[in-house]
Design a protein around this ligand. Sequence first.
Ligand SMILES: NC(=O)c1ccc[n+]([C@@H]2O[C@H](COP(=O)([O-])OP(=O)(O)OC[C@H]3O[C@@H](n4cnc5c(N)ncnc54)[C@H](OP(=O)(O)O)[C@@H]3O)[C@@H](O)[C@H]2O)c1
Length: 348
Amino acid sequence: MSLSVAVAGASGYAGAELLRLLSSHPQFDVTTVTAHHNAGQPLTAVHPHLRSLAHLTLAETSTETLAGHDVVFLALPHGKSGDLTDTLPENTLVVDCGADHRLEHPDDWDAFYGGDYHGAWTYGLPELLLSDGSRQRERLAGTRRIAVPGCNVTAVTLGLAPGIQAGVIEADDLVAVLAVGTSGAGRSLKTELLASEIAGSASAYAVGGVHRHVPEIRQNLVAAGATELRVSFTPMLVPMSRGILATSTARLAPGVTAAQVWHAWELAYADEPFVHLLPAGQFPKSGDTTGANTALIGLAIDDAARRVVAITAIDNLVKGTAGAAIQSANLALGLPETLGLPVDGVAP
Ligand SMILES: NC(=O)c1ccc[n+]([C@@H]2O[C@H](COP(=O)([O-])OP(=O)(O)OC[C@H]3O[C@@H](n4cnc5c(N)ncnc54)[C@H](OP(=O)(O)O)[C@@H]3O)[C@@H](O)[C@H]2O)c1
């Protein structure tokens, strides 16, 4: 029996990607799509590529339109989901792609977002290694409230957590620099995202530890076992519509060998359906993950610098948002974790 699904924020990029994946998921039936300025428009007027959902019209986003579904996916600007979801029944599975329920500490919310804090939900990164040796997927089983991670956070966390959890890298000197596609900033008009500003140029943003994903990366790496954590995080906007290529580096712990480093990452991801460690000497391109729910990781040990280098590629809209949301929803509902999720990308 299929489950009825509502997608709020369906006119945006994350909403569109949720719909693209949900439309071919065998257990989900999208019956309601909602928007803000675009409410009242046929879905295909806003997303002409979603032909199989051409019968849907965008409704207003309200507690009334979201009520009565088995599953509600939210892809709204941060700060917009808390009030809406407080009123949804406890047995409705609610999956929030925004930041409202990711952070466990109200102080982090105040410092990086501000406004009302609505509490943390079960975190939607099944592969996250936890310090006790378990993984986050165990916590997702049966939950009815899921907070989907930030896209950059997923790339950095998956790249570094194996080394933290195994104790082969030192957590007090982590550096992550990311090339990020423009869809990560959403679909609303912004001067700095115009084609004429972006094409042919790369630019750093939120430099100096002020990006909103910093506290979430910290939270994950502490969950993986880091104490004394220091992480420098710098995203770089590059001229591509989607994708993230994160270069994360860390100092090797004293006396650690290359074999021990490789063992840590191999052990972490050997059985993961979506996170794949590439053979030595191979490094992913962001385009290798386009349209797929995969994270591809290339690993190197820079002996002279005594550092581990982890290059992680994801599609920000799939493993970085919509795919993670559906993967986590599958787990929450007791469905096969991989159901409806592509591992093959689109190339070139
Ligand atoms: N883009 C990514 O790669 C990515 C990755 C991970 C997480 N996320 C998160 O997913 C959420 C959506 O991101 P996005 O990139 O899809 O943004 P987006 O393209 O700007 O879409 C935002 C959506 O929210 C609606 N909306 C705008 N203001 C609203 C309001 N006041 N009340 C209710 N709905 C409102 C918009 O409707 P109208 O267009 O009709 O006004 C649109 O459907 C954000 O919280 C973002 O952080 C995004």
